[in-house]
Design a protein around this ligand. Sequence first.
Ligand code: F6P
Length: 362
Amino acid sequence: MAKVKRIGVLTSGGDCAGLNAVIRAVTCRAVRTYGWEVYGIKDGTAGLMNRPLEYMKLGINAMGGDILRGGGTFLGTVNKGDPFNFPMPDGSRNDRSKEIADGYHELGLTAVVVVGGDGSQQIIRRICQQGDMKMIGVPKTIDNDVRYTEYAVGFTTAVNTVVEALDRLAPTAASHHRVMILEAMGRGAGHLALNAGIAGGADVILIPEIGYTIDGIVAKIREIHGEGRNHSLIVVAEGCATETGQEVTTVQSGGEVRFGGVGAYLSAELNRRMNIETRVTVLGHVQRGGVPAARDRVIASAFGVHAVDLISQGKFDRMVAWHDRGVTDVPLSSVVEGARPVDPQGPIVHTAQGLGIYIGEM
Ligand code: F6P
């Protein structure tokens, strides 16, 4: 057993429900089982980059019931500002990765638990390799697109949120004989839209991994009308392009590009081609917040405990993962393979097709 004295934990990338549950599990396991000290790093890697260092010592007494139940991350997080190409106030870009490694060593950490998506984990792993730091990754993201784990923390809660929205949209769609279009998050992956669309009774589900035609959607709506139903639900993942392949994005003031607007595009196209009423709901960051679902709390807890156990065994450069109904771990090198898309030949797509949902042109 490695004689670890002090470990760090940080959250990086977009927040989601269940992050606090991971931090709590890491702290409980490290303090109670191993008698280690745990330092929560503030605002992702910024807490190690800034001087003075920004962190808080985490004790068992601070891990009361509200931590487990709370959305977001009480440590704070960032999803922009690559440390290797960091935007400086004067507009220039600097490589600030060494400052992060220096901060880690200044704090006297033996290892850091990084709760992040595939992008954050790739970047921080590189910093660890260059800066002689030890890392364990914990996958989190409402997009559920981290490879080699069936679930990332936050996904289940986000799916539930989208389903709840569809449950609310269905009766108003029926009352007004409308086509309701719901735009879901997910970045370049369709897991959230696909799972929520099936669970929420969508008639059309569009995901970035499968191309579609407006004619295909029109035909599905006409088919539904022919069956005697004059209302329908469409779920579209924000990462879907237009029919002709143009991404629908906005550029933020800092130059960051974000998806958004494909729901409005679909609405305009359907209105042009059919005599129907459409309304668009963009759920946005509602999908990221909220009280974590029980499943996310269980997964977050299992991930946190397992991450600390790996450190105790002297095993580093690994990511905890959910596989075959339990927690396991995989080499962190696997995250360099990039994000995990929906498999168009996979069982969930097959289920959607089996239900008669229009999912695009296969
Ligand atoms: O990766 C999580 C996510 O919520 C995506 O689904 C979405 O595209 C993006 O983050 C939004 O980022 P921001 O919080 O910067 O708007």
